[in-house]
Design a protein around this ligand. Structure first.
Ligand code: ZN
Length: 395
């Protein structure tokens, strides 16, 4: 934590002001703030200042970025994709720590100063991926906050020992219990969800479940998740990632499910997939469901696309949701900033006095234009420390 005076910026695209950060917190915002001895000054060049982006769903242990180009040979089934990844990861020239650190630095350079990452836990991997990502974070923690999800990518009920390892992960640095397609991967939705909720409620952990299951199958899983959220008193601590069933399920059933999600404080994260119907994010937000966009799988054995840029992800949501007015465009931007922070319950996210002294400067006219044009980030600040300039990590 440190001090910094950022002058000549336009908070959220409004009137020109200076922002004073002291002890890692925003101490003052106003025109022509006095210089203080010992406080470095950065001239923002009339850029727009926004609160940092939040990356609420990525897989730091899967990233192949920085390695020679990986040509994806798409296997014929989900199970084959999973097995394919395990084989490829056995023989990579960089270890998980190096690859995870690479992606963290990229996320920071693009303006994200907080990441929620899933890490694969299985009887084969044990806790190796968790430990490697934590080691990588030791070198980046001054620039980016990190929370880790113990994720049973290879299945949990079908891979004995995985649930115990997920629970052990909570004692070694993870804070969230993951899950995945309880019917299509594990073939036992009740067993899968009961196990997850049991671990989370005993250990005081949050939950974040990958749910790709479509239509009625996915809606049935969401109903079971809501029942267990209520029964365990976990309202506000459960997130479902993807929830494609909210995009492709029957309209009346989706409508009813949105009320159930809001009542039970269940959040929704979408990576805005290009080819699949995704949840109606703005409708969810309007009806009180916490939601955000995320990168998810990028530049790995699953997906050749992606660059860790949450501004681009917000643009994708805007594009696919037919946002046109400034109000709609700014709402799309908020899905990668304020709404992500709210979903993850991040303390002090924002551009107000008393908030964490973290911000992103972007050269542009206003937030709507920035969302459309996606200029590079001229400065990224984490708790008063400059951590990236001109789209490049400097921390
Ligand atoms: Zn994912």
């Amino acid at each position: 934590m440190t001090d910094l005076l950022v002058t000549n910026v336009r908070p959220d695209g409004g009137e020109t002001a200076d922002i004073l950060i002291k002890g890692g917190r925003i101490a003052a915002i106003g025109a022509n703030l006095p210089r203080e001895a010992g406080v470095p000054v950065h001239d923002g060049g009339n850029a727009v200042a926004i609160a940092p982006f939040v990356e609420p769903h990525v897989h730091l242990d899967k990233i192949l970025w920085g390695l020679p180009w990986h040509s994806i040979n798409v296997p014929p089934s989900l199970r084959a994709m999973i097995d394919n990844e395990v084989e490829i990861r056995k023989n990579l020239p960089w270890d998980t720590e190096e690859r995870a650190g690479n992606l963290m630095r990229q996320c920071v350079a693009m303006g994200s100063t907080h990441i929620r990452s899933h890490v694969d836990i299985s009887s084969g991997y044990r806790l190796d991926n968790l430990h490697a990502v934590l080691r990588a974070h030791e070198k980046t923690r001054h620039a980016v906050g990190l929370e880790l999800v113990a994720f049973p990518q290879l299945g949990m009920m079908i891979d004995p020992g995985t649930a115990d390892l997920m629970e052990a992960a909570l004692d070694e640095g993870a804070s969230v219990i993951g899950g995945i397609d309880p019917t299509e991967i594990d073939g036992d939705p009740k067993g899968h969800l009961d196990t997850i909720f049991d671990i989370a409620s005993r250990k005081g952990a949050k939950i974040d479940i990958h749910l790709h299951e479509a239509g009625e199958l996915g809606l049935s899983a969401l109903k079971m998740i809501a029942e267990r959220t209520r029964a365990n008193g976990m309202q506000g601590r459960v997130v479902v990632s993807h929830a494609f069933c909210l995009g492709d399920g029957p309209a009346d059933a989706v409508d009813a499910m949105i009320d159930i999600l809001a009542e039970n404080g269940i959040g929704i994260i979408s990576a805005v997939p290009g080819e699949i119907d995704f949840p109606p994010m703005f409708e969810l937000a309007r009806r009180g469901v916490k939601c955000a966009v995320a990168s998810d799988s990028l530049r790995d054995t699953w997906n050749p696309h992606g660059n860790g840029d949450m501004l681009e992800r917000c643009w994708l949501l805007s594009y696919r949701s037919y946002c046109r007015t400034d109000e709609e465009l700014v709402a799309a931007l908020d899905m990668g900033t304020g709404r992500g922070a709210d979903l993850l319950a991040l303390e002090g996210h924002g551009l107000d006095v008393g908030c964490e002294g973290s911000l992103v400067l972007i050269e542009g006219e206003n937030r709507a234009q920035i969302l459309v044009d996606r200029p590079k980030r001229s400065l990224v600040v984490k708790r008063g420390r400059i951590v990236a300039r001109d789209g490049t990590w400097v921390a």
